[in-house]
Ligand binder design. Structure first.
Ligand SMILES: *Cc1c(COP(=O)(O)O)cnc(C)c1O
Ligand SMILES: [Zn+2]
Length: 393
């Protein structure tokens, strides 16, 4: 398996169990797609595509990753000004797409590693890794920024990993763990490492299989480190190379304007992404100011005739509410950026009103503390029949 790593950028093949190429860019797994056809398997989890996955076996929660619903959301069409679909990753076992990558990464570590896995996390990643580690009997280290909201820690702690709060530059931590992986024999399955990207690409396979033999016109992805966007791109490239899709849908990548290094590079026509300041945003899960797969995400958008854009805090709030009130879908603000971004791109003329566009809503809203004050009315049971009609609008 080690010999199958390749650099998306310079094409170099790397033998060691590395995560980055000597050119500095991230590696991913190359697979032989020549015999691939849509599977006839009755397995609806991500493992229905095992032919395109590293040769590992998950157990427990890992077998439940993937197979999330693709929802036609016609009630959002006016808001987004096109034909909308939602790929609802909120239904993953721990509520985010991270489970697809954790399933592959932890299964690999269980077979080949030292019994220790780790990750760097703003919350969702730690929760996902800790859950999969629990199911595969791996010791798990979750490194979090010191200012992580307390409620996020309680979700991670349920699975009983070792939680380490890190004071210092969070961007550097990613690179430090590459070194720690070797020296402490911990398999770090961070945001954009080859094992994680290999699992996370299955979301693109599911979307395209649902549309087969057609493809959607575009796929909208919230972006932070760029690992997820890289994975979606990788999945689409493999399907195209295998000949099961005729064209590659455009990738529309969306960031919060508060932290948007990749969108800035796109806007400036820059050849690479530069780190920005870390300002606060309600889209907490996508606030990576120094994205390790930023250049790869930029390439994904450019090479698929897509766009990288960013959206305001107000637009994110409005889209989060609209997903709930108009489509009944509760997602976290970091996921709702896909709807906010799509609306903006349609307004700016990038999307045609007849286009069919899939928004990946990356994570559930059920884990989020809400800012909204709730309006309600109190009625005594004995007067319910008399009082309820007064509330009809
Ligand atoms: C991790 C995460 C993202 C960003 O994914 P990257 O691979 O870091 O780009 C987006 N949304 C949610 C809900 C996440 O947890
Ligand atoms: Zn390279």
């Amino acid at each position: 398996m080690a010999s199958k790593l390749v650099c998306y950028d310079c094409g170099r093949r790397v033998d060691a169990p590395a995560v980055r190429c000597s050119c500095g860019e991230p590696l991913w797994f190359d697979v032989d797609v020549s015999d691939f056809e849509w599977p006839s398997s009755s397995d609806t989890s991500m493992w229905r595509y095992d032919e395109l996955l590293p040769d590992v076996t998950a157990t427990g929660v890992g077998t439940a990753a993937g197979g999330t619903p693709l929802v036609r959301t016609s009630t959002l069409d006016d808001y987004a000004n096109c034909n909308t679909f939602v790929k609802y990753e909120a239904e993953e076992p721990t509520g985010t797409f991270k489970d697809r990558g954790s399933a592959v990464g932890v299964a690999w570590a269980a077979a080949e590693g030292s019994g220790r896995v780790g990750t760097v996390s703003h919350g969702n990643m730690g929760m996902s890794m800790a859950a999969h580690a629990a199911a595969m009997d791996q010791e798990c280290f979750v490194l979090v920024p010191n200012d992580i909201p307390a409620e996020r820690l309680t979700y991670i702690a349920q699975y009983d990993p070792t939680i380490v709060r890190i004071e210092g530059d969070y961007g550097d931590l990613y690179y430090d763990t590459i070194d720690l992986s070797r020296r402490l024999d911990i398999t770090f399955v961070n945001s954009d490492v080859p094992l994680r990207v290999a699992g996370q690409k299955t979301v693109a396979l599911e979307i395209c299989e649902a549309f087969a033999p057609e493809v959607p016109d575009g796929i909208v992805v919230p972006v932070s480190s760029g690992g997820h966007a890289s994975a979606v791109w990788k999945g689409l490239r493999e399907l195209h190379e295998a000949g099961v899709i005729a064209t590659i849908p455009s990738l529309y990548l969306v960031q919060a304007a508060a932290v948007d290094p990749i969108a800035t590079a796109y806007r400036d026509g820059a050849s690479s992404v530069s780190a920005t300041d870390r300002t606060s945003t309600i889209a907490y899960s996508i606030a990576n100011a120094d994205p390790p797969s930023g250049n790869r995400a930029l390439a994904a958008a450019r090479e698929t005739d897509g766009v990288v854009t960013s959206v305001s805090e107000d637009a994110i709030r409005d889209a989060t509410e609209t997903l709930a009130t108009d489509a009944g879908l509760c997602v976290e603000p970091s996921s709702a950026v896909s709807l906010a971004g799509l609306r903006k791109l349609a307004d700016d003329g990038w999307i045609d009103s007849s286009d069919e566009i899939v928004m990946i809503t990356t994570g559930t809203g059920f884990k989020e503390g809400s800012e909204t004050s709730v309006e309600s009315t109190e009625i005594d049971l004995s007067s319910l029949e008399r009082e309820l009609p007064t509330l009809f609008s």
